[in-house]
Design a protein around this ligand. Structure first.
Ligand SMILES: Cc1cc2nc3c(=O)[nH]c(=O)nc-3n(C[C@H](O)[C@H](O)[C@H](O)COP(=O)(O)OP(=O)(O)OC[C@H]3O[C@@H](n4cnc5c(N)ncnc54)[C@H](O)[C@@H]3O)c2cc1C
Length: 564
């Protein structure tokens, strides 16, 4: 169990088939499709070498480009910042080999599409030290000025077990979580759809907080408050309280917040290595071809500044160097708000309903600050108490979550001093790096009096607030109540046969189009949808033994609500 609040397999339960991000909205087996020896499909030979613009060189854009190249097409990747996007692993000056994960840092084994690439690239992973995880030496929970030290949930005061049980009971009683997880493990599509469609209709208008308030198990304000602060899996989720409960249920059902792994050497390696990989046996391309070798100087084209539809039905892209190129198809993978602000777009790119959905997309902010320290000093034992000097810490103070990342006894350690979302993140935005550090150290000194963290610091801290990053404008999407319709429009846009021809050929991908924003798996799943869409647009098809997401769309399509 990794969670302060267990949601997946409970102790004493029979081991079952693994929980994966299979649905619930669109239960397509992306992992099986990716692993199938028949491949993802093919385009007619006449289209080999045709150029496709891929806008954004984050995980979604690079996976899209990599798979299009493997079909014999020629992806042209545009990237405003650097390959990797929100998979951003930053080094510390003067200390090569140690990184801070400024965006994604922990990956659930249930993200099997993402791990398809991690494993293919031969990257190693290690358990991420979440609260109360078996790999976490100790956890401190500090609420209302009272501090508790524990290695397991049982070592905390009873109220924490009560809160954990209240969450479990609420999920079972109000959201059929036991039934849903069993159906997802079995990959039982009719059962998943029957449960989920009923929940979507019942809960689309409900916030996370409202959902808790409706539960007798959370009748007590104190319980709701503690739950908001310690949360489940990775820590407090109270900054998500205003969001749609459907977003939270997706996380819980899919085990997204459980048993996290981190990628040794940093997660940015995934898109970087795919960029330079040269798969063998590709149609059209000679051995040794890679995305890097298909691009001038081995680098993506710069930021896109204009996107237009041009006759007869092409997408014309202008980039920051002033170069204008026209493509028969394009995939847009950056956060979709970029289409409203930093990129000048023709309105004819999408039907007006899709523009509304893009415009209404709601993003969470997120701030992090990392320190490099001389060694994992937090493991030193306090001579009086016998406890670790410092622990993974969850608190209601400004820092909220502090994670201790051990690289071995003889190597510098990394501390994620603070990881916050939404309102908690906004509080850091006006502060400089040094001001942030001061406030964070002061918060932690209240919890660990006598521990001089600053004494161990050996490099300049690194920090980020994703909501002020110009090429991102937010950390990750989180739907508000009533947003299901918008989400459904954006996710299903890759199946374009029913769209008037004038709207075809431009595809959306990226985790903000997915049902699981904030998880790399959503970036992969939507990339695979877009690849299918482009293949279909070029008159291609999949092998009958390995149908793709568009081939099975009618059978699996998410529930569609009327607008009235
Ligand atoms: C703080 C934080 C924590 C996270 N934690 C986790 C986690 O622990 N586990 C997990 O699985 N996921 C996590 N995620 C989510 C994960 O990082 C994303 O799902 C994934 O990186 C999204 O990839 P993407 O390609 O969809 O988008 P992005 O990574 O945003 O890529 C889009 C790219 O488009 C580029 N771009 C923008 N504008 C333009 C333009 N005009 N022209 C060209 N390019 C442009 C951007 O520079 C960017 O590189 C986290 C994200 C954040 C921010």
């Amino acid at each position: 169990m990794t969670s302060a609040v267990p949601v997946a397999v409970r102790e004493g339960e029979e081991p079952q088939k693994p929980l994966t991000m299979f649905g619930p909205d669109f239960p397509f087996p992306y992992d099986d499709y990716l692993a199938h020896p028949a491949g993802l499909g093919s385009v007619p030979e006449a289209e080999y070498g045709a150029e496709v613009a891929v806008i954004g060189g984050g995980l979604s854009g690079i996976v899209t480009a990599y798979e299009l190249m493997r079909m014999g097409l020629k992806p042209v990747v545009y990237e405003a910042d650097q390959i990797g996007g929100r998979l951003r692993s930053v080094g510390f000056e003067g200390h090569p080999g140690v990184v801070a994960e400024m965006g994604a840092m922990r990956f659930p084994p249930s993200s099997t599409g993402f791990f398809h690439y991690v494993d293919a690239l031969g990257l190693s992973t290690t358990r991420f030290p979440n609260p109360l995880d078996p790999a976490t030496p100790s956890t401190v929970i500090d609420l209302k000025g009272v501090t508790h030290y524990a290695r397991t949930l049982d070592e905390l005061p009873d109220v924490y077990r009560e809160v954990a049980d209240a969450w479990h009971d609420t999920l079972v009683a109000q959201a059929r979580s036991d039934e849903m997880q069993a159906a997802m493990r079995r990959r039982d599509v009719p059962a998943i759809k029957a449960i989920w469609d009923e929940l979507v209709e019942r809960l689309d208008n409900q916030t996370f907080y409202g959902f808790l308030c409706d539960s007798p198990a959370f009748a007590s304000f104190r319980r709701r408050e503690i739950f908001g602060q310690v949360g489940f899996g990775t820590g407090g989720w109270d900054t998500d309280f205003p969001n749609s409960i459907l977003e939270i249920l997706r996380v819980v059902y899919t085990g997204a917040d459980d048993d996290h792994r981190s990628i040794v050497g940093g997660c940015q390696q995934v898109p970087e290595l795919l960029w330079s990989a040269s798969p063998s046996g590709m149609p059209h391309w000679p051995e040794g071809t890679s995305l890097a070798s298909l691009h001038r100087d081995g680098r993506p084209r710069p930021a896109v500044t204009h996107l237009r539809r041009t006759a007869p039905n092409n997408i014309t892209v202008t980039d920051a160097s002033g170069e204008i190129r026209t493509y028969p198809a394009a995939v847009f993978t950056a956060q979709s708000w970029m289409l409203l602000s930093r990129i000048e777009c023709d309105e004819t790119l999408f039907p007006s309903d899709h523009w509304t959905a893009i415009e209404r997309t709601h993003y969470m902010g997120s701030s992090k600050l990392f320190l490099l320290v001389d060694r994992p000093f937090w493991l030193d034992k306090d001579p009086v108490t016998g406890r670790d000097t410092m622990s993974m810490t969850l608190t209601d103070r400004m820092t909220r979550g502090t994670y201790l990342l051990d690289n071995g006894p003889d190597r510098p350690g990394v501390i994620c001093l603070s990881y916050t979302w939404s309102d908690d993140s906004l509080k850091w935005v006006p502060l400089s790096t040094e001001e942030r550090l001061e406030v964070m150290l002061k918060s932690l000194s209240q919890i660990y009096p006598g521990v001089d963290i600053r004494r161990h610091v050996i490099a300049t801290p690194v920090t980020v607030s994703w909501e002020t990053e110009p090429d991102f404008m937010g950390a990750f999407k989180a739907n508000l109540p009533g947003h299901y319709r918008y989400q459904e429009r954006l996710y299903t846009h890759f199946v374009q046969d029913a769209l008037p021809e004038v709207y075809r050929g431009l595809f959306l991908a990226g985790d903000d189009i997915s049902w699981t924003a904030g998880w790399a798996e959503g970036a992969v799943q939507t990339a695979i949808n877009a690849v299918w869409g482009v293949m279909h647009h070029f008159g291609g098809s999949t092998d009958p033994a390995n149908p793709g997401p568009g081939d099975r769309f009618d059978e699996l399509a998410p529930l569609r609500f009327p607008d009235e």
